[in-house]
Design a binder for this molecule. Structure first.
Ligand SMILES: [Zn+2]
Length: 262
């Protein structure tokens, strides 16, 4: 998709191109993505190995940056040595964030205690390294806010990605100075509640993301998602805000550059 003759310039702030879903065509897809007008991609680690793969991708491609962390799903799998290793690789060039980290009480693949411990460690790590946080939070709004409030120093910044909560949570997240991003669900016909919440979030605090390979927008629903589809999220936001898609691209790119210092 392009605006008339001109390609839209956008940033996908949340991709998982290291995942096996891309093993068959990763290089091709990344090249195509760049041609599609995606200025930058932040590839987000979910395990120690995945975080290392993110850094490898960032090394190989100029327009890819890395975020490193252990996803709350795997909180029980990481030991002290793993955390030490993670902190060490977090200082690698082109690592622009700690994430995704947070709480997932929907799937509960790790115990809430292990998730909370890892989340607190990750927040401290981000503050120590002056990096923003990429936060995943599902069915855990109150605990996410409580832990952030308890751990957050003045300078901590970040984004709550794949936003799915009602408005009052967004309000508190914004008050804390964080950004918010929404993935493909915002384009689903049944997501009017989410679109209403988004309407209350100033565009200056929104980021674009795909969360690919998951959560493809309506046009590709159920299929493998990819960074180029971030334009469908931009289009949805332009409808929600009543702004041109070009303005959405510009504002969200400025936001991402500011947050991740890219
Ligand atoms: Zn993700």
């Amino acid at each position: 998709m392009a605006t008339k003759n001109q390609k839209l310039r956008v940033i996908d702030t949340h991709a998982h191109l290291d995942f096996p879903q891309y093993n068959q065509d990763r290089e091709e897809l990344i090249k195509r993505t760049q041609q599609e007008g995606i200025d930058y991609i932040i590839n987000v680690g979910t395990t120690l190995a995945g975080s290392r793969r993110s850094i490898e991708l960032a090394k190989k491609y100029d327009f890819i940056y890395a975020s490193v962390a252990i996803h709350p799903h795997y909180a029980e799998e990481i030991d002290d040595q793993g955390l030490k290793d993670l902190e060490e690789i977090a200082s690698s060039p082109k690592v622009v964030a700690i994430g995704e980290t947070g709480l997932d009480f929907y799937k509960n693949l790790s115990s809430p205690q292990a998730q909370e411990k890892l989340f607190r460690w990750s927040i401290r790590c981000a503050q120590k390294l002056s990096l923003p946080l990429i936060i995943h939070s599902r069915d855990a709004a109150e605990d996410t806010l409580r832990i952030l409030q308890e751990e957050k120093g003045e300078k901590l910044r970040g984004v709550l990605h794949c936003y799915s909560y009602p408005w009052p949570i967004a309000e508190k997240i914004l008050q804390m100075g964080f950004y918010i991003s929404v993935a493909g669900q915002v384009t689903f016909p049944k997501s009017q509640t989410l679109r209403d919440v988004v309407k209350g979030i100033p565009p200056e605090r929104m980021l674009l993301e795909t969360d690919c390979p998951f959560l493809a927008p309506q046009e590709f629903r159920g299929k493998r998602n990819e960074p180029a589809y971030v334009k469908y999220i931009a289009r949805e936001l332009s409808n929600i805000y009543g702004l041109s898609i070009k303005d959405i691209a510009l504002i969200t790119s400025q936001n991402a550059k500011k947050l991740f210092k890219i």
